[in-house]
Unconditional design. Sequence first.
Length: 166
Amino acid sequence: MELPMLKSLVDYHYWANHRILDAVDRIPVEQYTRDLASSFPSIQATLAHLMYAEAVWLGRWTGQVIPVPKPEEIPTPADARTRWAALEEQVRSFIEGLTQADLERVHSFRISTGEEFRHPLWEMIHQVINHGTYHRGQVTAMLRQVGADATSTDLIRFYRERSGQL
C-alpha cells in the first residue's frame, strides 16, 4: 500500500470517528451508558473498546504501552471525545513520521493469548481502520435503538466532502 493512500484512509478513519462522536454528543448520558445488549453492552463500552484496540495497535507499532480508559473512565460523550482526541494525536504523529519503507517493514508481536504474529506495518494500520468501521456501524445501530439520529460514515461521503461535492 502506498503511503498517500494509507494517510487518506487514516484521515477517513478520524473523519468517521468525529461524525460518530458528534452524533453521540447529541444523546443523554443515560442513552450513552444504557445496556443495549450488543457486542458491547453500551455505546460507552463500544467506544472504549475502539480506543483500547487502537491503543494496543499503536503500542505494537511503537513498542510503547499506551494507556487507555476503561468504560467507566469515560462517563460522558464529552469525556470520550477528549480521550480519543489525545489518542488520535498520537496516531497521527506516528503516521506522519512514516516512510514507504516503514510501511513495508514487518513487525512481530504477541497477542493476549501469547500467540505470535508477523505483519507489515501497513496491514496493521489498515486493520485499525477496518476495525473502526465495523464498530462505528454498531454504534450507528445503537443510536437508532435509542431513537437518536444516526450519521453516515460511508467512505464515499468522506471523498465527496473532501472534494467539495457535499
